[in-house]
Write a protein that binds this ligand. Structure first.
Ligand SMILES: NC(=O)C1=CN([C@@H]2O[C@H](COP(=O)(O)OP(=O)(O)OC[C@H]3O[C@@H](n4cnc5c(N)ncnc54)[C@H](OP(=O)(O)O)[C@@H]3O)[C@@H](O)[C@H]2O)C=CC1
Ligand SMILES: O=C1CO[C@H](CO)[C@@H](O)[C@@H]1O
Length: 320
C-alpha cells in the first residue's frame, strides 16, 4: 500500500510529514520490526528519543530499509529528543552525538528538548529519571534558555536541521521566543480529542510554530491513572462517527487532528494498526463532524508525570 503523506511547512523552509511514527515503549526486535514495517507502509517521519532506550534498534531498522532501497535518507524526517539529564549546556552536543552514533546517522532532521525540566546528571550519560527516597525526581538548576542556546549551536555545526521543544507551556514558550536566535519549529505536546489544545495551537500559529500531537489515540494501555483516565477509544460519539464513515475509531481520532494541519505521531507495534493509522489520511471529515468532535474536549491530560510536579519548571500547573 502507498498513501501519499502530505507535509506541513516549518518556519525554516523545511517540511514535516503530517503522519509520523512514534517509537516509545517498544524494544529489541519488536521496535526493529515496527519501524521497518512503518517505513515499508510509507511513513517517512520517525519520532524517537534517547529516553526511549531503543535508538540503536530504530537506527538499525532505518539503515536496513535504506540498504534495501525502500527509502533514501533525504526522504526521511528523523526526530530525536534531548533528555532532561543532558540539559546543562556542555552536555547537549555530546548527547546529540551519542544519538547520532546510536542511529548511525550523520544528521537529524529535528532535535527536540524533551521537557523544560532538567534532572540531576549521571557520569555515564544515561537518560534516566533520578529519584529520591520518596520517588520524586531529583531536579537540576538549569535554565532551558541556556540549553536552547546549545541546541542552536548544534544547528550551526550541521548536526541537525531543525530544533524544537516539547511539553512547554505558553509562558515557557513565550519566554523562549523572547530569548532565542533560532525559533523552535515545533512544540510537541499531548493533543487528542479529550485535550484538543486549542489555545496552545492558536499561540503557536501566531508564532509560526507547528504543534506536533503526541498521544493522539489517548495512549491506550499506557495510562498513568487507570482509575480516572477515560478510554478515548471507547468514546460513543467517535464510535458512531466511525460507523458513519466506514472507518475505525483510531482513524477518526487521527483525522480530526491532521484535518487541522497538526502532525500526529501514533505508535503501534502491530502491522495492521500501523497501516490503519497511516490510511487515516485517505478520507476527510465534514465540517459539522469536526465541530461535533471539538465539543468533546474535556481538557483531560493523560501524561502528567506527577513525580516531577515539584520541579520549578514543571509545565502543567497552568492550563496551557
Ligand atoms: N514528547 C513527549 O513527552 C512524548 C512523546 N511521545 C511520542 O508520541 C508517540 C505516540 O504517543 P503514545 O504515548 O505512544 O500514545 P498513542 O496515543 O500513540 O498510543 C499508543 C498505543 O496505542 C495503541 N494503538 C496504536 N494504534 C492503534 C489503533 N489503530 N487502534 C488501537 N490501538 C492502537 C498501541 O498499541 P500497539 O502497539 O499494540 O498497536 C499503543 O499501545 C510515542 O510513541 C512517542 O514517540 C509520547 C509521549 C510523550
Ligand atoms: O516521551 C515520553 C514517553 O513517555 C514517558 C512516560 O511514560 C514520558 O515521560 C516521556 O516524555
Amino acid at each position: 500500500m502507498s498513501v501519499k503523506i502530505s507535509a506541513v511547512p516549518l518556519n525554516n523552509g523545511y517540511e514535516m510529514p503530517l503522519i509520523g511514527f512514534g517509537t516509545a515503549n517498544a524494544y529489541n526486535d519488536e521496535i526493529i520490526r515496527a519501524v521497518g514495517d512503518a517505513i515499508e507502509a510509507g511513513y517517512r517521519h520517525i519520532d524517537g528519543a534517547s529516553f526511549y532506550a531503543n535508538e540503536v534498534e530504530v537506527g538499525r531498522a532505518i539503515r536496513q530499509k535504506m540498504k534495501d532501497e525502500i527509502v533514501d535518507r533525504k526522504d526521511l524526517f528523523v526526530v530525536s529528543k534531548l533528555w532532561c539529564t543532558f540539559m546543562s549546556p556542555g552536555l547537549v552536543e555530546p548527547a546529540l552525538r551519542r544519538t547520532l552514533t546510536d542511529l548511525q546517522l550523520n544528521y537529524l532532521d529535528l532535535y527536540v528538548m524533551h521537557w523544560p525540566m532538567a534532572f540531576e546528571e549521571n557520569a555515564d550519560m544515561i537518560p534516566n529519571i533520578p529519584q529520591d527516597e520518596n520517588g520524586l525526581v531529583k531536579c537540576k538548576d538549569v535554565d532551558y534558555v541556556e540549553t536552547w542556546k546549545s541546541m542552536e549551536s548544534c544547528v550551526r555545526h550541521g548536526l541537525v536541521r531543525s530544533i524544537g521543544v516539547s511539553n512547554f507551556n505558553s509562558q515557557q514558550l513565550k519566554r523562549l521566543l523572547d530569548h532565542c536566535s533560532i525559533k523552535p519549529v515545533t512544540n510537541q505536546v499531548e493533543v487528542h480529542v479529550y485535550l484538543n489544545q486549542k489555545p496552545m495551537i492558536d499561540l503557536c500559529r501566531q508564532s509560526g510554530i507547528v504543534v506536533t500531537a503526541y498521544g493522539p489515540l489517548g495512549r491506550p494501555g499506557l495510562s498513568q491513572d487507570p482509575v480516572n483516565d477515560p478510554v478515548l477509544l471507547d468514546d460513543p460519539i467517535i464510535k458512531e462517527m466511525a460507523v458513519k464513515y466506514g472507518r475505525t475509531v483510531a482513524q477518526i481520532l487521527l483525522r480530526y487532528l491532521t484535518m487541522q494541519g497538526l502532525p500526529v505521531i501514533p505508535k503501534s507495534s502491530n502491522r495492521a494498526r500501523i497501516l490503519e493509522n497511516l490510511s487515516s489520511l485517505e478520507f476527510d471529515l465534514a465540517a459539522e463532524d469536526m465541530a461535533t468532535i471539538d465539543a468533546l474536549n474535556r481538557d483531560h491530560r493523560y501524561l502528567k508525570n506527577e513525580w516531577a510536579s515539584h520541579h520549578p519548571h514543571y509545565p502543567f500547573h497552568i492550563p496551557y
